[in-house]
Design a protein around this ligand. Structure first.
Ligand SMILES: [Zn+2]
Length: 311
């Protein structure tokens, strides 16, 4: 489930991120995370789950959670870690960020920014150290993770700068690739920002899914063929009726057999929550690991038939 971060928490996180960027002299993109870490005196280390140093670090990290010394506690945590697929931590006591060396490299930058946010948000230290039932509540944990992801996005895309720069370009994968390069962020994280932050007043949706013609691309452990359904604020209101299942059915209809790169550029009819017909543009791009779909309404009340445009 995707949690949404509260307005009060957003303000607080933005204030912290703003302070870091100001202290760095409001840098141009791409942001150097090693500069952020030096400013905050944070250390970064990569670990492998076979590393004995990790067991010691984990014992330190979770001692407060256990409230007492448990024999082999570090090893027990390692087992839990393997099951939960946790891939990074922030260790407040040693001001250290630990990242699993086996995680694919393109994800490291996002994970590092996520862990930096945990260290910036005052209440995360309290909860992540954990000493009450609230901490162990999965809903609470999901909220902290959503907040850390929110902060990572604000940091890596330099707060309002991304919205204003992306607004000067068309809404397309071509622009997303240009912006990903400019900010040195992944195409997936740039795609996500472009949908949510480029223009919240414009209805836009995105889907991260399997490729209908090549299901190993985007394969994941959820029951649905799609993994994330990302929507702008305006889309949530105006197209509250349009579900991820409907969106995926349209993708299924539009895709070509191409495995990677541009996979579809098509128009497709959808209705809004008031029953008005709209013609949407649907663009699909495969990065080889998942199918990304970007879609938005072009015009109202046009022909009601899907049209595939030659790529
Ligand atoms: Zn986290």
């Amino acid at each position: 489930m995707q949690e949404s971060v509260g307005e009060h928490e957003k303000r607080d996180i933005n204030a912290q991120v703003g302070r870091v960027l100001r202290d760095l002299g409001n840098p141009q993109p791409p942001l150097s995370l090693s500069d952020v870490r030096s400013l905050l005196s944070l250390d970064l280390q990569y670990y492998r789950s076979s590393d004995p140093g990790l067991v010691r670090e984990l014992e330190h990290r979770f001692m407060f959670l256990a409230r007492k010394i448990i024999p082999d506690f570090g090893k027990q945590i390692l087992g839990a870690l393997a099951k939960s697929k946790l891939c990074a931590f922030w260790v407040p006591e040693s001001a250290r960020i630990l990242i699993d060396a086996d995680v694919p490299k393109p994800k490291h930058r996002w994970i590092e920014a996520h862990e930096i946010t945990h260290s910036l948000v005052a209440w995360h230290k309290h909860y992540l150290l954990g000493d009450n039932a609230t901490t162990l509540d999965p809903a609470c944990h999901a909220m902290l993770e959503a907040e850390a992801n929110y902060g990572a996005g604000r940091l890596l895309f330099l707060q309002e700068r991304f919205a204003s720069e992306s607004h000067d370009l068309d809404l397309s994968f071509e622009s997303i690739k240009i912006l990903a390069q400019r900010y040195n962020n992944s195409i997936v994280s740039t795609f996500w920002r472009a949908i949510e932050e480029r223009d919240p007043g414009r209805p836009v949706f995105g889907v991260i899914s399997i490729h209908p013609c090549h299901p190993t691309i985007g394969a994941h452990d959820g029951p649905q063929p799609w993994r994330y359904f990302i929507r702008s604020q305006a889309f949530r209101t105006q197209f509250a009726n349009l579900s991820a299942d409907l969106a995926y059915a349209a993708i299924h209809h539009c895709v070509t057999n191409r495995k990677t790169g541009p996979v579809a550029l098509a128009t497709f009819p959808f209705e809004d929550a008031n029953g008005n017909a709209w013609e949407f543009q649907i663009e699909c791009f495969s990065n080889g690991h998942a199918l990304l779909t970007l879609a938005f309404p072009l015009r109202r009340n046009s022909v009601g038939l899907p049209v595939n445009v030659a790529l």
